[in-house]
Design a protein around this ligand. Structure first.
Ligand SMILES: [Zn+2]
Length: 225
């Protein structure tokens, strides 16, 4: 069965790490909106040129352009047997369009990584980045290291990992994501996973959630069919 997956998760929840591990173990592409947008702009496709014109004006790229770029990406052969979407959909309009794009394909599974705000604020405030090579440290418990293990560079806090900035990022995330969770949560293929555990435990929980959602999807299509 194809793995057609959307993952949601607040900043600091470890969504990127989990998504890339999953993409590797399931041999499906991890599709991040930022990446496909940059790719389309670089490739100079029609949609990429439109997106660039909007971004050059400092405006937000419209749902229509984002959906067009996502549609293009999801139609490529490497996404035929599944994909992990990361950062798309971001609005209910995009979610509606995604359902339409996936018509006739296997059920969309939606996994939300859930972590309490206080825990995210702690994790992000412990995070340090190497000023020389960009390596990231210190999401784990305990004291943050002070120098980079790979290049010896000094570790600094990213300005957007400061507490007041993190609180604002979390507020924006909740504001954007709540309508999406409301849109998906009544589906049998929606699962919320406790992200406040070790990386391995979260990985296991996501695997189980995907299996349960796939079973629910099969049950549903058997009932309909
Ligand atoms: Zn370094």
């Amino acid at each position: 069965m194809a793995l057609n997956l959307v993952m949601f998760g607040p900043p600091g929840a470890g969504k990127g790490t989990q998504a890339s591990q999953l993409a590797e173990s399931r041999q499906v592409p991890q599709i991040s909106t930022g990446d496909i947008l940059r790719e389309a702009v670089q490739a100079g496709t029609d949609l990429g040129r439109q997106a660039k014109a909007v971004m050059d004006k400092g405006e937000l790229v419209s749902d229509e352009i984002i959906v067009g770029i996502a549609r293009e990406r999801l139609s490529r052969s490497d996404a035929r047997d599944g994909f992990i979407l990361d950062g798309f959909p971001r609005t209910v309009a995009q979610a509606v369009a995604l359902d339409e794009i996936l018509t006739g394909r296997e059920a969309l599974i939606v996994v939300e990584l859930s972590v309490p705000d206080d825990e995210l604020i702690q994790r992000l405030s412990r995070r340090r980045v190497c000023g020389q090579c960009g390596a990231t440290y210190g999401a784990a418990d305990g004291e943050s290291p002070v120098s980079c293990a790979s290049c010896g560079g000094a570790l600094v806090q990213r300005s957007d990992d400061r507490e007041e900035v993190v609180r604002e990022r979390l507020r924006v995330y909740r504001e954007q994501t709540e309508p999406l969770v409301a849109f998906y949560q009544d589906r049998p293929t929606f699962r919320s996973v406790d992200g406040n555990q070790s990386l391995d435990a979260v990985q296991t929980a996501i695997g189980l959630a995907i299996e349960a959602a796939a079973d629910a999807a099969r049950g549903q299509s058997a009932t309909i069919g």
